[in-house]
Design a binder for this molecule. Structure first.
Ligand code: PLP
Length: 474
């Protein structure tokens, strides 16, 4: 029991009511964004926790808590909770990590044309399933599918939610109740939560592993194929690479085997390069059209890896198989929306025009040479030196380093780059990294050897002045 002399009750009485807090100009402003019901909820939580603290605190500390004090504290806490909530929203960040296809940061940034396609063509009422020529219902996705067929040399194409969905869909429709033959070396986990064995299990197919982790021969596949075999599955081991004494039959050899046995040859390419990127160091990245030419019946890949478009799972291959997928009830559950089609069509247009290396941000970043980056970094460093005040102790220098492709593509490829390396005599690198991350817009960097590294490969030129301002304010 509280003794009668010490009267925290009085101070509790000084707490503002929820209504008083809501009447403050700050709360009124937040209400215009969050709505009265939500802000009332936040206000109640703020006052409850303040009441709790008052009850727990020592009396002499509470003595200072006048009615006005408590209102001021409540207002500032309300602003803070609302601010923290805002930070959890999807928001633009500056990716200064040098990881081009950064899954945590939304993978591929869209091209300007793709963004415009979403805003101007696809976001309102649109011709998603409407044929303007006849005034009747049209075929959803027809235009994107035609572009995909044209660019990959496949007979037909279909688009679903992502590549994991595509793999699940293909295996469910073609292998359920039967066996799928796959090389042990390709039973991989991709990106943390995509495991080929799990997908196979979900699809109701039985896995038949062949060969060893580093070597699988055509004869191993031949021995494994039997009357229950439905699919020979080849998975591009995107985010890891076994080097040295390795062997695997060519896709053409597998096609020969599969088609002789009336089995489907399905290749999951994952990153799915539409054009040859070996000039930019991505020598082992298979090009989709080559898989089709080699005889794969179905090939799947992501829309937001090396294609540089929206999240999507692209399925290309022989018409009869694509049509079976299209007519399957699962397609209805896995299909994509108008925004994805808008962005995908616009991204594919760049490949057809032959301007993908300039237009598609992912390809533009990957194709930047070390000299181009050195030039940009040099100019940026000069501007940054000018904008840092004399009393700013932030130090930086330009050093050699490497970027990363990311997104599970080409793990062994590390494009050379020039980095800005920052340190401060009075601030730990982790503190600088945190300040950058909490700025507006947030800047995502990495720390190596107690220095904060900034890789301009993944920073657009438009973002450079923002970056400059943010560094000047540290
Ligand atoms: C990335 C990847 C996937 C998963 O693709 P999502 O589009 O992320 O679903 C599947 N298979 C391979 C080989 C991959 O590289």
């Amino acid at each position: 029991m509280e003794s009668a002399g010490k009267t925290p009750v009085n101070h509790l009485g000084n707490l503002p009511s929820v209504d008083e807090l809501l009447r403050s100009p700050a709360a009124t402003l937040i209400v215009t964004e969050a709505g009265g019901i939500h802000v009332a909820e936040l206000a109640r939580e703020v006052i409850d926790s303040l009441r709790h603290e008052l009850q727990e605190s020592k009396v002499d500390k509470i003595i200072t808590q006048s009615k006005q004090d408590l209102l001021t504290v409540s207002i500032s806490r309300l602003e803070n909770v609302w601010g923290s909530e805002q930070k959890t929203r999807v928001q633009r960040v500056i990716n200064a990590t040098g990881v081009v296809i950064h899954t945590n940061l939304g993978r591929a940034p869209l091209s300007e044309n793709a963004k415009r396609a979403i805003a101007d063509r696809a976001s309102g009422y649109c011709t998603l399933e409407y044929d303007l020529a006849t005034g009747k219902r049209g075929k959803r996705g027809a235009s994107a599918e035609n572009l995909l067929a044209e660019l990959t040399g496949a007979e037909s194409a279909l688009v679903v939610n992502n590549c994991a969905a595509a793999a699940f869909f293909v295996l469910t429709v073609f292998a359920s109740g039967g066996e799928v033959v796959i090389s042990r070396g390709e039973l991989v986990e991709i990106g943390g939560d995509f495991r080929v064995p799990d997908v196979l299990a979900q699809s109701g197919a039985v896995l038949r592993e062949v060969g060893t982790t580093n070597r699988t021969k055509l004869a191993d596949y031949e021995k494994a194929v039997n009357e229950n075999t439905r699919v020979i599955l080849r998975v591009h081991p995107s985010n890891y690479r076994i080097v040295g004494f390795t062997a695997t039959p060519s896709l053409a050899e597998l096609a020969g085997l599969a088609h002789g046995q009336n089995v489907l040859l399905y290749e999951d390419l994952g990153s799915g390069a539409l054009i040859d990127l070996s000039d930019f160091g991505l020598k082992d990245e298979p090009v989709v059209s080559r898989s089709i030419r080699a005889g794969a019946d179905i090939v799947t890949f992501s829309g937001d890896k090396l294609l540089g478009g929206p999240q999507a799972g692209i399925i290309v291959g022989k018409r009869e198989f694509i049509e079976r997928l299209r007519k399957h009830p699962l397609y209805r559950a896995l299909r994509v929306d108008k925004l994805a089609y808008g962005a995908l069509e616009a991204s594919l247009d760049a490949f057809r025009r032959g301007t993908a290396l300039q237009e598609i941000p992912v390809l533009r970043m990957l194709s930047m040479t070390k000299d181009e980056i050195a030039m940009r970094v040099g100019h940026f460093a000069v501007r940054l030196r000018e904008s840092l005040c004399e009393d700013n102790d932030l130090r930086f220098e330009i050093i050699d380093g490497v970027s990363a492709v990311g997104g599970g593509a080409a793990p062994a490829v590390e494009p050379e780059t020039k980095l800005l390396a920052f340190n401060h005599p009075l601030m730990a690198a982790s503190r600088i990294e945190q300040l950058l991350r909490n700025s507006t817009p947030p800047v995502i960097s990495r720390i190596v050897d107690e220095r904060v590294l900034i890789d301009l490969r993944t920073v657009s030129e438009d973002e450079e002045s923002e970056l400059q301002t943010i560094f000047a304010s540290i």
